[in-house]
Design a binder for this molecule. Structure first.
Ligand code: ATR
Length: 299
């Protein structure tokens, strides 16, 4: 594969965050740019919260095509966008900005898309899940919100469990309100169950998703030992943590012979809509892409 090609006509995009040095997005997008031989570059942009709007207007003035937005700017990105997709409106946050030629900004939330695409890439048949029991989501942060909404969109009911019960209740209420406004009363809904007994819920669950930092290397409890003994044999188990690649949850699921979906797929797939919009090509998520990103992760 040739190296990057950056001429005077290069298409430019980047990722805005603070901190941003841990972001894998530059490695991923520049890999795809080189692979497609596209004249372009994707750069990390460390921006303080109070400088966010100035930075966006500056990037627009400098001819950037757009940017990804990560912590702590996802709500500010939502606010600065002139137009957002329904998923971003329901999630109240945006992770992908496209600067249009007329000076307006389009904002989208692609995390939910990335999650659903990662399940499909592993052969999970979503209509089959929708026809069965609800999904159980562990956690109540921003990632839980995006994933819950994307599951509802697939017709899959969602049950939430979170250590801080009030956060789960608040998230369930706010997603239900936003979803009802978007889709009407029809379809799947969101309920809450106790954090202390989520493992007992497993027999009535079709899909388990960990969106907490439990099991993450360097996280609050890397040695987490979830008990999946009550799971039905067709439970699909997914984790959005991707360091380590085989998390304690996925290890436990594999030991019970359950189908597993790791978190790297979501990270890679959520980047595809931005790449398409800025650089005009369809990015592939295949073994070569995974190997390239993993090498950067372990560098
Ligand atoms: P994000 O927005 O990226 O999803 P977040 O808001 O920091 O992240 O949420 C992290 C999630 O991990 C929360 O659901 C958090 O639970 P609380 O709401 O109770 O804080 C969960 N979490 C973090 N450490 C945990 C631990 N030791 N045990 C259980 N849950 C934990």
């Amino acid at each position: 594969m040739n190296g990057p090609r950056i001429t005077g006509k290069a298409r430019l995009a980047g990722v805005i965050g603070q901190p941003v040095s841990h972001s894998l997005s530059p490695v991923l997008h520049n890999y795809w740019l080189a692979r497609h031989g596209i004249d372009g570059a994707y750069v990390p942009l460390c921006v303080a919260p109070e400088a966010f709007d100035t930075a966006i207007r500056g990037l627009q003035a400098a001819g950037f095509r757009g940017a990804n937005v990560t912590i702590p700017h996802k709500e500010a990105a939502f606010a600065i966008a002139d137009e957002v997709n329904p998923m971003a409106r329901i999630a109240g946050s945006v992770n992908t900005l496209v600067f249009r030629e007329d000076g307006t900004i389009q904002g989208t939330s692609t995390d939910g898309f990335g999650y659903i695409a990662s399940l499909q890439a592993e052969g999970v048949v979503l209509p089959a899940l929708a026809a069965r029991e609800p999904a159980l989501l562990l956690g109540a942060g921003g990632a839980a919100r995006s994933i819950a909404v994307s599951l509802l969109e697939q017709g899959i009911a969602v049950r939430l469990a979170n250590r801080t019960a009030a956060r789960a209740a608040e998230l369930a209420a706010s997603i239900t309100a936003a979803w009802t406004k978007h889709a009407g009363q029809s379809g799947a809904g969101v309920s809450v169950c106790s954090w202390d007994s989520w493992e007992e819920e497993l027999r009535d669950i079709s899909l388990l998703v960990n969106t907490t930092s439990l099991g993450m290397a360097g996280g609050p409890n890397p040695a987490w030992k979830p008990d999946l003994s009550r799971a039905g044999s067709d439970l699909v188990v997914s984790d959005i943590v991707y360091v380590p690649r085989e998390t304690p949850l996925l290890r436990s699921a594999a030991a019970h012979g359950l189908r597993t979906v790791g978190g790297l797929g979501m990270l890679l797939h959520q980047a595809r809509p931005g790449f398409r919009a800025w650089f005009g090509a369809d990015a592939e998520v295949d073994e070569a892409t995974v190997r390239h990103v993993l090498a950067a992760l372990h560098r």
